[in-house]
Ligand binder design. Structure first.
Ligand code: ADP
Ligand code: 5GP
Length: 190
């Protein structure tokens, strides 16, 4: 039986990487992580081929020209992110379920392409103020980048109706359990 796609989207800083990491660490579900490509620079602790395939601007444009992406977005000015066909097609054909951490527009595009073969979950922050605090506490982004992410978050929350499920990431362990339960129910279905 073919595998399914689990799309986890949220404005940056809402906690989707943390939630996906916790679910993968628990290891209770058969899930493989789709490693996206990006032309942004790695943050401290991020590894090429693990968190992202870190590419140059030229390499990213070359892959676009080759049709290597299922979807890609310029999420921030000059910053591209994309889901590689090679990360999902063979795995799904081999019966594995694949989990994607992608932006809100990319998530909607993948859901439209895969229909019932994909479940789209939106992670929302308890509030915009709390989102700003988390971005500041994460300590990876400049003041400008935080402003950009918060502004974009307000726009992205408007995409919630296009998602199958919404989970509020207030208490982290509750949010992880909720997402895990949604995935378990979805992949258990024929
Ligand atoms: P995203 O992948 O959506 O950009 P992250 O997973 O990097 O977000 O989370 C952003 C920051 O918020 C991180 O520093 C993370 O540790 C923190 N965080 C995540 N979930 C919670 C939560 N429920 N309560 C408080 N802080 C959280
Ligand atoms: P960050 O720079 O914080 O890692 O990611 C910024 C945004 O890009 C996040 O919303 C993240 O989900 C999104 N993103 C990561 N990979 C992809 C992808 O393959 N496609 C799209 N459309 N967005 C992605």
């Amino acid at each position: 039986m073919a595998g399914k796609l689990i799309i986890i989207s949220a404005p940056s800083g809402c906690g989707k990487s943390t939630i996906i990491g916790d679910i993968m660490d628990r290891g209770e579900l058969d899930l493989q992580f789709s490693v996206s490509a990006t032309n942004r620079k790695p943050r401290p602790g991020e590894e090429d081929g693990v968190n992202y395939h870190f590419l140059s601007d030229e390499q990213f444009q070359e892959l676009i020209a080759q049709g290597a992406f299922v979807e890609y977005e310029q999420v921030y000015p000059g910053r591209y992110y994309g889901t590689l066909r090679s990360e999902i097609e063979n795995r799904v054909a081999a019966g594995h379920n694949v989990i994607l951490d992608i932006d809100v527009c990319g998530g909607v595009n993948v859901k439209e392409l895969f229909g019932d073969k994909a479940m789209a979950v939106f992670i929302e922050p308890p509030s915009i103020e709390e989102l700003r605090r988390r971005l500041i506490n994460r300590g990876n982004d400049s003041e400008d980048s935080i402003r950009q992410r918060v502004d974009r978050a307000e726009y992205e929350l408007g995409f919630i109706p296009k998602y199958d499920h919404v989970v509020t990431n207030d208490d982290l362990s509750r949010a992880v359990s909720e997402v895990e339960a949604l995935i378990r129910e979805y992949i258990g279905k024929e």
